[in-house]
Design a protein around this ligand. Structure first.
Ligand SMILES: [Zn+2]
Length: 283
């Protein structure tokens, strides 16, 4: 099984995770810029983080044979903090970088007017920089959040097939499918979406435009839940080709729209683990 995790926060994970992921067949990851738990107090804190997402983290990943790309944005939660908002003006220079394959995570946390503004401005940046957008939906009041998200996406003028709406569940999948956007699902160990629930959604809605991720971060999460979902699909009667489509070809297709996805070094051989030479520099 070859696996592409389209949404995982490797900054929060250890080298043990990289080793386990490589051994499990995870050859490629996309790391969206997000909230680090501890509130940031100014734009400089973001730029150091963004530099790390396109510099240090791809270097760390490469040592385990994992290809790493990033998405860059002001996350919805910190869009509410006036100390952080000036980072919006710094985004264009990151959106031109070669390892950045989308604008994200953008969208809603609490659905405030400040979040509206940051969301709209960053969708405009995606259009301007010809990049796809990765959109986070709120964990509370999901149906209202997803509905409002789709309205803002439609009004922005970005093509729906260039947008992934993430953290969906049984309540929100239908409306996103209808919109023409890609559907993202984060599989968690305890709460929210689980592998069996994911399999049921795939059975009901098909494999088109479906993205499965672990969204693993600094909270309770598991970078191998993409693999577990693949296994659950096989156990439920899906074919190897179905699993490959959902866990590899779909995310490749979505992020290839950036024109920047470079998988030359993904799965070229067995994972090389730490100590090997770095295969690719940032750009
Ligand atoms: Zn995330």
């Amino acid at each position: 099984m070859r696996i592409f995790d389209p949404h995982i926060h490797m900054t929060s994970r250890t080298t043990d995770d990289y080793a386990r992921m490589a051994a499990a067949g995870i050859r490629s990851v996309v790391e969206p810029a997000f909230w680090l738990g501890q509130p940031r107090t100014g734009p400089g804190s973001f730029t150091d983080y963004f530099d790390s997402l396109i510099g240090w983290e791809p270097y760390r990943a490469a040592q385990f044979g994992v290809v790493h790309h990033a998405t860059i944005a002001l996350n919805p939660k910190e869009a509410n903090d006036p100390r952080c908002r000036p980072v919006l003006d710094l985004l264009p220079r990151y959106l031109d970088k070669g390892r950045v394959v989308a604008v994200g995570e953008i969208g809603y946390d609490s659905m405030t007017p400040e979040e509206d503004d940051a969301f709209e401005r960053q969708l405009a940046l995606a259009v301007e920089h010809d990049l796809p957008a990765l959109v986070h939906t709120p964990h509370r009041d999901k149906a209202r959040g997803a509905r409002r998200t789709l309205e803002v996406v439609a009004a922005s003028g970005i093509a729906p097939e260039r947008v992934a709406v993430d953290h969906l569940n049984e309540v929100t999948v239908g409306m996103v499918r209808e919109s023409g956007c890609w559907m993202g699902f984060s599989i968690y160990p305890e709460t929210k979406m689980s592998p069996p629930r994911m399999v049921e959604i795939l059975r009901q809605y098909g494999l088109d435009r479906m993205l499965v991720n672990s969204a693993a971060d600094w909270g309770v999460s598991d970078p191998l839940l993409t693999l577990e979902t693949g296994k659950a699909m096989l156990a439920a009667g899906f074919t190897d080709d179905d699993v490959d489509r959902v866990l590899w070809r779909n995310p490749v297709e979505f992020y290839s729209q950036s024109g920047r996805l470079d998988l030359t070094d993904a799965g070229a051989g067995e994972p090389t683990f730490a100590g090997s030479s770095v295969k690719r520099g940032g750009s």
